[in-house]
Design a protein around this ligand. Structure first.
Ligand code: GLN
Length: 278
C-alpha cells in the first residue's frame, strides 16, 4: 500500500514516497523506525481507510502538515492548522542566528512578531529559559494554536499577545526583536503552486515587492529596541540587499545578510545604534 501510494503521489509531490510514509506513521501512530519494524504487517481495515483518505487529500494538493496536523521545528513537534504557516527548515537558521547573540544566562525580554504556530518564540524560549518571550500575531486563530504548542511542550516563558506587529503596550525597550513576516510579492507565480496554495495568504504575501511588512517592522522596531538591540528578520532569497539597504537608510547599524544552508539570502540582522548624548 505504501509503495502504491508513493507512485500515486508522484505527479503532485517532490517527495512522494516520504509523504506516503509520514501519512502512514500518522495513521498507525508510530515513528519512522516503528514503520520499518512493522513494515510487513497487514493493515487493518480502519487504518487502511484512513490512509486512503489521507492520500486522497494529498492528491488534491493539501500539504502533508495540514493532513497530519503537525510539523517538526527545532526538534519540537508543533501543531499546525490552515490558520498558521507551516514552519520551514530555513527559519531554524533565524533561530540559530538569534541564539548566537543571546548569552546563555541572559534574562532578556525578546519579541517574536507574527508568531503563527509559535515556532520561533517556542524554540528561543526553550533554549533560553531565563528569557521572557512576547509573541504577537494579528490572527487570533493562529494564537490559539501557538498557545496549544506552548502547553504541549511545557514552555512557560512565552506571553502571547493579539496585536498588529508592535502595536501593544510596552514596559521596556527590547534587546532583540525577531520576525518571519510575509515577504512574497503579490502575483508571484509560486503562490499558485504546491503547499503555499493552502496556507494563509496574510502569512505569505506582502505588497508589490514583498517588502511592505519587513519595512513596517523595521520602522516600528527602531522605536522599541534598546541601544545596541538586534532586529532579525527572515526575507526572500532575492531580498537581502534591499532589506539591508532599507535598514541602513532608516538608521540601523551594520545590517548584515545571512544565508540559509542552501546558500541563499535568508536573514537580515541589524543593530540599533546607541543614542547620542545631547
Ligand atoms: N519561505 C516561505 C516560502 O517561500 C515564505 C514564508 C514567508 O513569507 N515568511 O514559501
Amino acid at each position: 500500500m505504501l509503495r502504491l501510494a508513493g507512485h500515486e503521489l508522484e505527479p503532485v509531490s517532490d517527495t512522494p514516497q516520504l509523504d506516503a510514509e509520514v501519512l502512514m506513521c500518522q495513521v498507525l501512530r508510530v515513528s519512522a523506525a516503528g514503520l520499518i519494524a512493522r513494515g510487513r504487517e497487514r493493515l487493518d481495515e480502519v487504518s487502511a481507510r484512513t490512509f486512503r483518505r489521507h492520500i486522497a487529500r494529498r492528491l488534491r494538493g493539501e500539504p502533508v502538515a495540514y493532513i497530519t496536523g503537525e510539523r517538526e521545528f527545532w526538534s519540537m513537534r508543533l501543531r499546525v492548522t490552515p490558520d498558521t504557516l507551516i514552519p520551514r527548515p530555513e527559519t531554524e537558521r533565524l533561530v540559530e542566528l538569534a541564539l548566537e547573540r543571546i548569552p546563555a544566562h541572559a534574562d532578556w525580554t525578546i519579541v517574536d512578531l507574527g508568531t503563527g504556530s509559535g515556532a520561533i518564540a517556542l524554540a528561543i524560549a526553550s533554549e533560553r529559559p531565563q528569557c521572557r518571550l512576547i509573541a504577537t500575531d494579528h490572527s487570533a486563530a493562529a494564537l490559539v494554536v501557538a498557545k496549544q504548542n506552548a502547553q504541549r511542550h511545557r514552555v512557560e516563558n512565552v506571553r502571547f499577545i493579539h496585536a498588529d506587529w508592535l502595536d501593544f503596550p510596552h514596559d521596556c525597550q527590547y534587546p532583540m526583536i525577531l520576525s518571519n513576516p510575509p515577504y512574497i510579492e503579490a502575483g508571484d507565480p509560486h503562490l499558485q503552486q504546491g503547499d503555499v496554495r493552502f496556507e494563509p495568504e496574510t502569512a505569505l504575501v506582502s505588497g508589490g515587492q514583498g517588502l511592505d511588512d519587513i519595512q513596517e517592522i523595521a520602522k516600528q522596531s527602531l522605536l522599541r529596541l534598546a541601544d545596541n538591540g538586534y532586529l532579525l528578520v527572515e526575507c526572500g532569497h532575492e531580498q537581502g540587499e534591499a532589506v539591508a539597504d532599507y535598514m541602513l537608510r532608516l538608521g540601523y547599524n551594520d545590517a548584515v545578510i545571512k544565508e540559509d544552508i542552501g546558500g541563499r539570502d535568508r536573514v537580515v540582522i541589524a543593530q540599533k545604534p546607541v543614542a547620542e548624548e545631547a
